[in-house]
Design a protein around this ligand. Structure first.
Ligand SMILES: Cc1cc2nc3c(=O)[nH]c(=O)nc-3n(C[C@H](O)[C@H](O)[C@H](O)COP(=O)(O)OP(=O)(O)OC[C@H]3O[C@@H](n4cnc5c(N)ncnc54)[C@H](O)[C@@H]3O)c2cc1C
Length: 380
């Protein structure tokens, strides 16, 4: 299927592509229009083991790695970005934090439900006044007998409006310090409240909302990783999120390329297929090169991380995210151009691809922030 795939990865890609084509693609336009959670695909994704890709098999996971996670992210994004985001938020952001930082008891408690899809998770970093500057978060966890009490507001939280379990970062040291911790919070706990569900330009099938914590008690065993050392948890999580988002950007662009190439062979003007015009071929060629480069970068970075080589993780993860995001935006603009006026209507899926691309340059750390990280790493 692609030059960078091993035999196992080729098989994995074929399986996920079949799921994407048969089950996800037919619902993509509807969940976007209705802004509804992709429930049917969610259940099938659970059956295929895609909600806990890196989780150990003993806890219901697939026991695979980041490289396989990226293949899933890419193939789902190629047909429906909202489904890719929903599934990968669970598998990559929620499950992986528990796999990487949970005790065996915490893994046994949380992973089976997350992997079989009966529990929907979300991960909450961002706050109304703390976006790119995540360390300025104000959500606070105060020590009490037997646990912690959380107070604060999170916003822009993917799956927040439907989540059963929220992983919430909060300050456990001075308000202006970097001491944070990660807490697993049952969303039915007293003091946990869902705020607004946000209406969005794209990713409309992936619900996004606010979470409000008011004197919300969690027991000691809700802390994932060491108290106060949440920055390390956050950094590792952001790195793998960025590689996966890089894969999603590649997938979105690859999907837009498929749609545009098909249309270029069907649409005729001046007595010829528009694909026969070299200016159209140039657009397709540029997208193709971006997809191939992005896929290779993601494969290289994810394989290195899987092999335990984290020396270049920070810069490479940001490079994956930046390349994938910019590629997705540019590719969907050019792909829509190939559709002419029809591309601007909802009769073809390409306008959805374009709307879904914009947030890639914002979520998970903006393109500006990725450039800042890459620049800093180069000058270290
Ligand atoms: C659909 C969606 C889903 C999301 N899902 C989640 C989620 O599940 N969990 C979660 O915690 N968060 C989530 N987010 C939040 C997302 O990570 C933030 O939106 C993002 O980090 C940017 O923060 P901000 O929106 O507050 O923008 P700001 O930080 O206010 O940035 C505004 C502008 O200033 C620029 N800027 C800021 N600082 C600098 C700088 N130092 N140098 C140059 N430019 C700078 C930015 O690049 C941007 O262009 C989601 C957001 C969206 C829209």
């Amino acid at each position: 299927m692609t030059a960078v795939d091993s035999d196992e990865h080729r098989l994995m890609r074929e399986t996920v592509r079949k799921f994407a084509t048969d089950d996800v693609a037919p619902n993509a336009a509807e969940i976007d229009r209705q802004e509804r959670f992709p429930r049917e695909s969610w259940e099938r994704a659970a059956e295929l083991g895609l909600l806990g890709i890196r989780a150990p098999e003993q806890f219901g996971g697939s026991g695979l790695g980041l490289a396989e996670t990226c293949i899933v992210a890419e193939e789902l994004a190629a047909v429906c970005m909202a489904t890719s985001v929903t599934v990968l938020h669970q598998s990559n952001l929620v499950v992986d934090r528990i796999v990487d930082h949970g005790t065996v008891e915490q893994q046994a408690k949380f992973l089976p439900g997350l992997c079989d899809g009966s529990v929907i998770g979300c991960l909450a970093i961002t706050e109304p006044e703390a976006g790119s500057d995540a360390m300025s978060m104000r959500t606070r966890a105060s020590r009490v007998d037997g646990g912690w009490v959380l107070n604060g507001t999170k916003t822009f939280i993917t799956n927040g409006p439907v989540a059963d379990l929220a992983l919430v970062y909060a300050k456990t040291g001075p308000a202006d310090g970097r001491e944070i911790s990660l807490f697993a919070v049952d969303t039915t706990s007293p003091g946990f409240q869902r705020g607004r569900k946000l209406e969005k330009l794209g990713w409309r099938g992936s619900p996004t909302g606010e979470l409000i914590l008011t004197d919300c008690f969690v027991a000691d065993d809700a802390v994932l990783g060491e108290v106060g050392l949440g920055v390390q948890v956050l950094r590792g999580g952001l790195a793998s999120e960025r590689v996966v988002m890089g894969a999603q950007g590649v997938g979105l662009a690859a999907g837009a390329l498929r749609e545009a190439a098909r249309y270029a062979t069907e649409r005729h003007q001046f007595g010829r297929r528009i694909g026969d015009f070299q200016l159209i071929q140039a657009k397709l060629a540029d997208i193709y090169v971006g997809v191939e480069l992005g896929r290779a970068l993601v494969a290289r970075t994810s394989s290195a991380i899987d092999a335990g080589d984290t020396r270049e993780m920070t810069i490479q993860a940001s490079a994956c995210k930046l390349h994938g995001s910019e590629l997705a935006m540019n590719a969907t603009i050019e792909a829509l151009q190939i559709f002419g006026g029809y591309g601007y209507t909802t009769e073809f899926p390409i306008e959805r691809y374009l709307r879904d691309a914009k947030i890639m340059q914002i979520g998970g750390g903006t393109s500006e922030i990725q450039r800042v990280i890459i620049g800093k790493e180069l000058l270290r």
